[in-house]
Design a protein around this ligand. Sequence first.
Ligand code: SME
Length: 366
Amino acid sequence: MDTTTASAKSQQYQLLLQQVRQFAAQPVDLVSLLANTAALLHHSFGFWWTGFYRVAGDELVLSAFQGPVACTNIPYGKGVCGAAWKERRTIVVPDVEQFPGHIACSSQSRSEIVVPIFSNTNALTQSSTSAITQLHDNAIPQALTQSHNNAITQSLWAVLDIDSEHLSTFDDTDRLYLEQLATILSDAHASLSSPIRDIYLAGGCFWGTQHYLSLLRGVLHAEAGYANGNIPNPTYEQVYTDTTGFAETVHVRYDASQISLSRLLEMFFKTIDPTSLNRQAHDIGTRYRTGIYFTDPDDLPVIRHSLKKLANNYSDPLVVEVIPLTAFYLAEEYHQDYLQKHPDGYCHIPLDLMSEARNFNPPNEN
Ligand code: SME
C-alpha cells in the first residue's frame, strides 16, 4: 500500500475511533455498542463481514455483526477466532486458504483479521503482544512469548473478526487501530459490568418515595424528578397541570452487589397500590401514576418477573407502567430530601414502612 492510501486509511480509522468513543461515553447497552461499532466499521471500509464473537465458557458465540449469516459457535483454539483467543493476540491472515483450521463461514471471504478484546484497561498493553502471523512460520517471536506470559492474568471477553473479499486486505495499520478500538470497548465493558446501576421509580408523590428509597441499604442515592413527559426542562408548576405527560419519579442509583433489582422492587411495591390508576392515597393525576422506567433492557425480565409475583397478591389487575426511560429532569432543589427538610411534611407512606426501610438489611445478593 502506498503512503497516501495508508494515511487515508489512518484518517478513516481516527474518525471512526472518535465516533466509537462517543458511543461508549453514553450509558449504552453493551450489545448496542458492539452493534453500532460493527456497523461503523463495516460501512466505513466496505468489508465483507464485520462482527464480534463473545466468550461463553469454552467457546465463542456469535454476537453483533454486519454481513452475511455466520457460524454461531467457535471452540477455543479453533479457526482464526479461536486461535486469537488462545494465543491472546491479533492474527492477520492475508489468505484464509493458507491458514490451517480456518473456519469458512462464507466462500467469499479471502483475508481476515481477528483482534482479541480483554476485560480490563491493562489491555492497553496488548498492542505490544501483537504480531502479524507469518504464514509458513510457526515460530512465535520471543517478544511475543514474553508479552503473552505477562498478559496471562487478563481475561478475554470477546474477539473482533473482520473478513474481506480480497486477499491481503489487512496490515499493521488495521491492527494498530483495531487494537485501539478494542481498548475502548474493554473500558466500556468494564464500566458496564460495574455493580452500580440505575432505575427510575414512580410511586405517587415523590417526597415520600425518595425518602423511603434513600433509606434502603445498597441505595447510593435517590433523587426526585420528572420522568417521561414531553417538554424540556419542566417546572413543578408545569408538571402539576397534568398536561406535560411527566410522572413524579425517583432516580435510584444502587449497588447491585448489596441490593438486587428484584429486592429493591419488592421494597418499592410496599409503598404503592399497584392497582390504582393515576392515584396514590390523596394524590390524584397522571403525574402520580406508578411506573418503573428502565435504561437497561436486561432489567426488563427482572421487572416483569417481580410484577408477576406481585400480581398474586391482588385480585384487580396491576396498572404499574413499565417502559424505557425516555426523559428525566431533576425536580427543583426544594423538592429534594423534602421530608428531611420538613419532618412533619405530608407523606403517603406510613411511618412504620419508613422504619422498615431504615432497618432493612438485605442478605448478600451475590
Ligand atoms: N473465519 C472465522 C470464523 C468466523 S467467520 O469469518 C464470520 C474463523 O476462522 O475463526
